[in-house]
Design a protein around this ligand. Structure first.
Ligand code: URA
Length: 287
């Protein structure tokens, strides 16, 4: 079949499966699946909707789920879903998180439940902080002593440095969303155990699905290896954009590591400049 004919057949087939073909993303931009007024974040939809049902099925998207996801089956179906639907699908089917529609509900779930022993020994749960509509989400490892006492991520020395790094690339702390893999402090700041990560990571997936950031920054090895599902050195993971189920994800040094090794500040600076540049491209701010 001539090439043009073949393309037309493929497009018609895709349209039948998944509705109208969306415009190709601008060169150099990631298509994060949120491009127009009719393609809003759940928090934006929630503001305009009165019932949970109306939040789940925004007008004009009949038959779609919360993530504008049509029930498509067959080969290649996964890639036609938005990044947020794909990330939401990482949550185990039996988890109560599945049916939650707001960050407040998820925060109450974290506050009121003991999923791992650390949830009993913590002073305060550390859910996450910042703009619920953030386009940039920063993901750390676990709360330390200061965070445990205050119930907010990155408020200790590492947090002060994180704030400075953000300011250096023209972000206010309040403009982004900051969360950790673990919501409870491990004793003596030991590394999270695999079981702890497995139990808490779905909370983070839910946060990402609800906030719908356009880009993710993992600070430190734990958050990067958890999200990317690979065991690698931080050095091997930084300086490139990874694809986290359709979302661009950059890895850089943890601010606590920068406090211990100031020599890593320069490479970290290079990383966050890359982040800012890609952010500006995604937001249409590029020079
Ligand atoms: N380190 C982290 O990874 N997260 C915090 O919230 C504080 C320190």
């Amino acid at each position: 079949m001539p090439l043009l004919e073949e393309l037309k057949t493929i497009i018609e087939h895709e349209q039948r499966l998944a509705g109208p073909v969306v415009p190709l993303p601008h060169p150099g931009r990631e298509d994060s699946g949120r491009t127009s007024a009719s393609d809003r974040k759940p928090s934006e939809m929630a503001r305009n909707a009165s019932s949970p049902a109306s939040r789940m099925a925004p007008s004009g998207n009949a038959g779609s789920d919360l993530f504008r996801n049509r029930p498509v089956s067959g080969p290649g179906a996964g890639s036609s879903r938005s990044p947020y639907a794909r990330i939401h699908a990482l949550i185990p089917a039996e988890s109560p998180l599945h049916d939650m529609n707001t960050l407040e509900e998820v925060e109450a779930f974290v506050r009121d439940n003991v999923l791992i022993p650390l949830d009993k020994t913590r002073k305060k749960p550390v859910f996450g902080t910042g703009n619920p509509d953030a386009n940039l989400m920063i993901i750390g490892e676990a709360p330390g002593a200061d965070e445990d006492a205050q119930g907010e991520p990155f408020v200790g020395r590492a947090g002060m440095l994180l704030n400075k790094i953000l300011a250096a690339i023209r972000f206010e702390r309040e403009e982004v969303y900051i969360a950790n893999i673990l919501k409870s402090r491990p004793p003596n700041n030991r590394n999270p155990l695999a079981g702890e990560v497995n139990a808490h990571a779905p909370i983070l997936y839910k946060q990402i699905a609800l906030i719908q950031p356009k880009i993710l920054l993992c600070v430190g090895k734990t958050s990067a290896t958890t999200l990317l599902d690979r065991q690698d050195s931080l050095g091997a993971m930084r300086q490139k954009f990874h694809d986290f189920h359709g979302l661009p994800l950059l890895v850089t040094y943890h601010p606590a590591a920068l406090l211990r090794n100031p020599g890593w500040k320069r490479p970290a600076w290079e990383d966050v400049q890359m982040l800012r540049e890609r952010y500006d491209q995604l937001m249409g701010n590029a020079a």
